[in-house]
Design a protein around this ligand. Structure first.
Ligand code: UFG
Length: 339
């Protein structure tokens, strides 16, 4: 496949960034990772060079852009724990908003005019009334979400003033792992539901705490829209293609469009692995909205993006091996049978 062009991937050593690098490579782009390796893993950078630098170091970004002939950037590098952001807001604004302004300045100084930005459904806050559309008012309820909204606003203003074009991709809950086993989810500390539940199932940690059972949902637990990380990665490639073809700045949801409660997740893990997830009921976690589900249609219309592996049982089947769990065989009717 002819090489398209080099793309700077900040946070390319992280969970979503590394999957995006693989997808970019498969699509013929050269991903050039910039990562400070505080939460990312050098051994996840497999499809292009690694520049070890902090995204707030604009001089290092400019050098990387010039040295590698970068034509577009994908910006993943950020702190991404909602709970931590409540305890350390200044750190979140410094790293996330500070990182964004550093990257924008590096782009403006070097003539790079295309940015794919890792935004979040956390920018919507806690909206009521079913699937969330992109024109739902953005009213974040924690510093993490506010820092991501600030980044969108910076991009919006710089798009108007300088002709920078961007795609802000508002992810719902990224989960799963590379189906070919090249990459997995490795956060330390781990705070996300699916890896924690799989670790509890495999006996690698104690019972999962189910945070809150009195939410206004069908079974009282929080509802989320889980999207396979490989689908998310493909969405980024489509966004890069879209900007390369001259597409206008846009903000798009990337989600499956289907919500699952925590108890539904636990039941799906049981049906896929044949093992019950040990769990305890616990109080609500501060900052958690009851229900977040995407209306995914605008990304379908704008990018032609459709999820392919984001059925919850498929996400769990792909993630299970990296937690030492075997997925049960699936018959041709999609039913699971013990191995
Ligand atoms: N949960 C538990 N027990 C746990 C961990 C999580 O019950 O041990 C619950 C949470 O309370 C929540 C759901 O599982 O209801 C999902 O929690 P995650 O921490 O996996 O994900 P979040 O929905 O909190 O956060 C994710 C990303 C953020 C992003 C956010 C948008 O981690 O970066 O989605 O809502 F901003």
């Amino acid at each position: 496949m002819p090489r398209r062009f080099a793309i700077l991937v900040t946070g390319g050593a992280g969970f979503i960034g590394s999957h995006a690098c693989k997808a970019l490579h498969q699509a013929g782009y050269l991903p050039v990772t910039v990562d400070n390796l505080t939460t990312g893993h050098a051994d996840a950078v497999k499809w292009g060079p690694l520049v070890h630098a902090d995204v707030r170091n604009a001089a290092a970004l400019k050098d990387a852009i010039k040295n590698h002939g970068i034509k577009a950037v994908m910006h993943f590098a950020a702190s991404a724990y909602v709970g931590e952001s409540m305890a350390r807001p200044a750190f979140y604004y410094d790293n996330n908003a500070g990182g964004m302004i550093s990257l924008i300045n590096a782009c403006l100084d070097t003539g790079v005019d295309k940015v794919v930005f890792s935004s979040s459904c956390a920018t919507y806050g806690s909206p009521e009334g079913g699937p969330i559309r992109e024109d739902t008012p953005q009213a974040p309820i924690n510093p993490y979400g506010r820092s991501k909204l600030m980044c969108e606003e910076m991009l919006h203003d710089c798009s108007a003033a300088h002709g920078l074009r961007f795609a802000a991709l508002r992810y719902f809950n990224a989960a799963g792992a590379d189906p070919e086993g090249d990459l997995s989810e490795r956060h330390d500390p781990e705070t996300h539901l699916l890896p924690l539940a799989l670790q509890a199932t495999s006996g690698r940690r104690g019972p999962l705490q189910v945070f809150g059972t009195d939410y206004p949902t069908r079974d009282g637990s929080c509802e989320r829209d889980y999207i396979h990380v490989s689908d998310l990665a493909r969405g980024h490639v489509l966004a890069a293609d879209y900007l390369a073809e001259g597409g206008a700045s846009t903000a798009l949801n990337l989600g499956s469009g289907t919500g699952h409660t925590i108890f539904e997740v636990l039941e799906t893990i049981r049906s896929v692995t044949g093992k019950t997830v040990p769990h305890d009921l616990a109080p609500r976690r501060a900052g958690d909205p009851p229900s977040l589900t995407a209306d995914p249609r605008l990304a379908q219309q704008t990018l032609g993006f459709r999820t392919e592996r984001s059925r919850l049982d498929q996400i769990i089947r792909d993630a299970a091996p990296s937690f030492g769990l075997a997925a049960a065989r699936e018959d041709r009717h999609g039913r699971h049978a013990a191995e």
